[in-house]
Design a protein around this ligand. Structure first.
Ligand code: ADP
Length: 296
């Protein structure tokens, strides 16, 4: 499975340019689309799932032009939008059965098998008889992924996967996706939360103001920031001074002081330890540089 996006642009009727000359190749496995709010992620997702037209460029999915083969491409798709809250007055299993019916599974026996397997896979078998609208937030999100998966999509698009989930549910959700990524399926996660990507995606793109600012493995982005992340302990006064001077990435109270991490070429005059960067550091570094805040 392979998605090719060439010179894609999207200009909304009000003249706003949401995407500008986007070029990306996305292959089977987990792909992270990271960027701040307004970067153009949802616009790109909606275009990929054929819910929105684009202005210029070309997209092919498994060699099929998205404009010429909409119907066929829709049979390959699973989509979990950010605001997936539609749950009619159906039991959890009935809701999935309904989704299976929509996806074209006609035989009752096939549907029942698919529904049971899916309920097990997302950990909802125990609550299969509960009304879907009475599930917890995390369970609803899992039911959302189950309805997208029951059609056995070759391309799964998930917008803001972990919004509103508690840490335990986040991990659970990521594990479900990791299992899926073993198959010949493209899974695109669009998010502004770095943690959603660092632990799961082998490839990613960073969108910024409608353009691709980075495309590659998370490790390649992290490499940029090597040697620039410093950890140090400071008092209140030093903290106030330093945060004016450098981008501060994390702050933890520690024995009446603060343990902070800053991005800088060098932190002179302090006992600072250079630490191994992670994707969060790399993302902040990138955003700071793009916003033209010089690192000192
Ligand atoms: P993201 O998902 O990264 O937050 P979006 O794709 O939602 O970004 O939005 C990208 C930009 O396009 C934003 O500036 C947003 O305000 C604008 N935008 C989104 N949808 C529309 C629309 N229907 N009409 C006009 N502008 C829009």
């Amino acid at each position: 499975m392979r998605i090719e996006i060439e010179s894609l642009s999207k200009v909304y009727p009000n003249g706003h340019r949401a995407l500008s000359d986007v070029n990306l190749t996305i292959e089977s496995g987990m792909f992270g689309l990271l960027g701040p709010n307004g970067a153009g992620k949802s616009s790109l997702m909606r275009i990929l799932v054929t819910l929105q037209e684009y202005t210029s460029g070309k997209i092919t999915i498994d060699g099929l032009d998205i404009n010429k083969h909409r119907k066929k491409i829709r049979t390959l798709l699973g989509y979990l939008p950010q605001d997936f809250t539609y749950f009619s007055k159906l039991k959890t299993w009935e809701f999935l059965d309904y989704a299976a019916r929509l996806s074209g599974k006609k035989r009752t026996k096939d549907r029942m098998n698919a529904v049971s397997t899916m309920l097990e896979q997302v950990g909802l078998f125990q609550v299969r008889n509960r009304m879907a609208n009475k599930l917890s937030g995390g369970m609803k999100r899992r039911l959302g992924i189950a309805q997208a998966l029951i059609a056995e999509p070759k391309m799964l698009v998930i917008d803001e996967p972990t919004t509103g989930l508690d840490p335990e549910e986040r991990i659970r959700f990521r594990n479900i996706l990791s299992d899926l990524s073993q198959k010949d399926v493209v899974i695109i996660l669009s998010t502004h939360i770095v943690g959603d990507i660092s632990s799961t995606c082998h490839n990613m793109a960073l969108l910024h103001q409608g353009t691709v600012a980075f495309d590659g493995a998370p490790e390649a982005l992290i490499k940029n920031v090597k040697g620039h992340v410093w950890q140090l302990q400071v008092n209140d006064q030093e903290f106030s001074f330093l945060k004016e001077k450098y981008p501060v990435i994390s702050t933890i109270p520690s024995q009446g002081k603060w343990e902070i991490q800053v991005l800088a070429e060098n932190v002179e005059g302090y006992h600072a330890i250079n630490i191994e960067p992670n994707l969060e550091h790399a993302y902040v570094y990138f955003m700071e540089n793009n916003l033209n805040v010089p690192l000192m």
